[in-house]
Design a protein around this ligand. Structure first.
Ligand code: ITT
Length: 199
């Protein structure tokens, strides 16, 4: 049985390869099935965008597809970047530029007010339009400087409450245990195990 990991983000892709290990599904990528197009993320919430992506890619491929929409929510920035996490600071900026932009916006904000969280919504969809959803959160705060080289995106500037380190300093297995994606994947794994039984 094939499961399409429906993301163009290489960081997410390699995390899912580890997070979903051991399930009775052969994981395939958008490249494997020849889908190059991006889905326009017009939803108002992470869950809506994840549904949009999963349903579109499931229909295009004819396979069950797993998509996630994820983002960083910073309290001192009124919840930004949120659903705009990928495009924050402008189109075609690098992760390093986006991190610098957030740090600049947070300049002068004291530690007690730097609370933030990563959120992830995962939707699995089939080509007939049925969906299975799960969500996860990781609480933390925005650091005063970037640190670490693991992970991707905003990981260098996010300190994880549970371990007291920047997300980008964590080995993969630790990130996958404490992260928003790792937590949302607990529900996704349960959904996939149930699906595998009825197929
Ligand atoms: P797909 O839609 O193709 O999956 P994307 O990068 O466009 O890839 P999103 O729309 O969900 O994915 O955008 C999420 C952005 O939030 C992502 O580009 C990162 O900047 C950030 N992000 C998400 N998960 C993250 C993580 O685990 N660590 C750091 N940053 C993360």
């Amino acid at each position: 049985m094939k499961l399409l990991i429906a993301t163009h983000n290489r960081g997410k892709l390699s995390e899912y390869a580890e997070i979903l290990e051991g399930l009775p599904f052969e994981l395939v990528t958008l490249d494997d099935v020849g889908i190059a197009d991006d889905v326009e993320e017009t939803g108002a919430t992470l869950l809506e965008n994840a549904r949009l992506k999963a349903l579109t890619y499931a229909r295009q491929s004819g396979l069950r597809a797993l998509a996630d929409d994820s983002g960083l929510e910073v309290d001192a920035l009124g919840g930004e970047p949120g659903v705009y996490s990928k495009r924050y600071a402008g189109e075609s900026k690098s992760d390093a530029e986006r991190n610098a932009y957030v740090l600049e916006k947070m300049r002068g904000v004291p530690q007690a007010k730097r609370t933030a969280r990563f959120r992830c919504a995962i939707v699995i969809a089939d080509a007939q339009g049925q969906t299975w959803t799960s969500e996860g959160t990781c609480d933390g705060e925005i650091a005063f400087e970037a640190r670490g080289t693991n992970g991707f995106g905003y990981d260098p500037i996010f300190i994880v409450n549970e371990v007291g380190k920047h997300m980008a300093e964590l080995p993969n297995e630790v990130k996958n245990r404490v992260s928003h994606r790792g937590r949302a994947a607990i529900g996704a794994r349960e959904n996939l195990e149930r699906l595998a039984k009825i197929m």
